[in-house]
Design a protein around this ligand. Structure first.
Ligand code: SF4
Length: 408
């Protein structure tokens, strides 16, 4: 039987396009939100009609990402959530997350989305230092973040993530430490911390190529990351993924679970290489043996769902998809290695690898594993009678070097 699946819905609208961002998102297109929501509901219904002919049983996580999903109105959330519950069997304990910018929520909106079934919020905080936020072109300050967290708590949200970015231009170790310490005072259940990446095609990418962005050197960025790992570990947070930490709960200590209760279970679905449906402009999905991606532009996405009469597409490829690719076993193995090794505690159990691919890890990658262990990037332990391979602390810093070894 196919394992439970997850659903990602992309909401590609932002009030302003930040200079570092390369997500598929558009500013000044809010007039298209109603038509976009209608198209999204069509895509949900399109998949829902085909689900009875598949093995997919239930949905355990839903994630509204963006862009700025919190720009949708209360009634638009309600319509999308109703369409999802009609089309899919949502598990009773489904984790339903919405990404939000701290300045885009109100008590009324939070009450409404909570009633619609959303139970987790991921706030894009990035920094608590005013100058850094201004340089990132973010419209909030730390006081807006405090307000957003307080309002979310009052509305009954007991599972909050705060997203941070380090290695910002002109950032010092001390200013990064200030951000992390201030964030901890808000007692989030989850913290994500990613190093800034300078993407081609963004203003930050261009400015950096011209030498105009004084970004921290790699050693300082590594110091920031190492300090974060140590500091969060002594502050009651478990690092379960390269860039993600969850507050330890009494339940975690009792169950010694592979993933902490407050981990982002939606992202674990990706990191475990388990199926998910991607809906919305530019969304990616992985299900039925396919990886696929939808049209990037909002108008194209709407048009493809509104005017399409295509009916002979293989499940789960919808008329919105512009690319789909049947995975080979080799593709699946590479993806599995790159995704699963990100889970720094759980790592890869040889028994799981064997049950998916019919051979042990050391049979497929004897040279690579041996070399990565010898160079101190990977370690081997035994858990529940199975050999488990995972990144060492040094391997977390040099993750890309490790992943390269498994690309086919
Ligand atoms: S608000 Fe977030 S998604 Fe939107 S442009 Fe800025 S960084 Fe990108």
């Amino acid at each position: 039987m196919t394992p439970p699946t997850s659903i990602y819905l992309h909401i590609p609208f932002c009030k302003h396009r930040c200079a570092y961002c390369d997500f598929n998102t558009y500013a000044g297109q809010e007039a298209m939100i109603p038509a976009y929501v209608e198209a999204l509901i069509k895509e949900i219904e399109w998949l829902g009609k085909r689900l009875p002919f598949t093995n997919y049983q239930s949905t355990q996580t839903i994630f509204f990402g963006g862009g700025t999903p919190s720009l949708l109105s209360e009634s638009q959330f309600d319509s999308v959530m109703s369409a999802l519950s009609s089309a899919f069997t949502l598990s009773a304990s489904a984790e339903v997350t919405i990404e939000a910018n701290p300045g885009t929520i109100s008590p009324e909106k939070l009450d409404a989305i909570r009633k619609a079934g959303i139970n987790r919020i991921s706030f894009g905080v990035q920094s608590t230092v005013t100058e850094e936020l201004q340089m990132l072109e973010r419209s909030h300050d730390f006081f807006t973040v405090i307000d957003a967290v307080t309002t979310a708590r009052k509305a009954g949200f007991d599972n909050l993530n705060l997203d941070l970015i380090y290695a910002l231009p002109e950032q010092t170790l001390q200013s990064w430490q200030t951000t992390v310490k201030r964030i901890l005072e808000l007692e989030p259940e989850h913290i994500s911390a990613y190093a800034l990446t300078l993407e081609h095609g963004t203003p930050f990418g261009r400015w950096s190529q011209r030498g105009l962005l004084p970004i921290p050197d790699p050693d300082l960025a590594a110091d920031m990351y190492e300090w974060t790992m140590d500091y969060l570990a002594t502050s009651g947070y478990t690092q379960y993924e390269i860039s993600n930490w969850a507050k330890q709960s009494a339940e975690d200590r009792r169950l010694k679970a592979e993933a902490p209760a407050f981990a982002c279970h939606h992202n674990i679905q990706y990191w475990r290489s388990l199926p998910y449906f991607g809906l919305g402009a530019g969304a990616h999905g992985y299900a039925g043996g396919y990886r696929y991606s939808n049209a990037l532009r909002i108008k194209t996405y709407i048009d493809r769902l509104t005017n399409s009469e295509i009916s002979n597409l293989p499940f789960p490829i919808s008329p919105a998809a512009v690319n789909h690719h049947k995975q080979t076993q080799q593709d699946d193995i590479s993806d599995y290695m790159i995704n699963n090794l990100r889970l720094v505690n759980a790592g890869i159990a040889d028994s799981d690898f064997r049950s998916r691919f019919g051979a042990g890890l050391l049979e497929i990658f004897p040279k690579e594993i041996d070399e990565l262990i010898r160079t101190g990037l990977l370690e081997k332990k035994t858990s529940d009678g199975s050999e488990v391979f995972r990144l060492t602390k040094r391997g977390r810093l040099l993750g890309n070097q490790v992943f390269m070894r498994f690309v086919n």
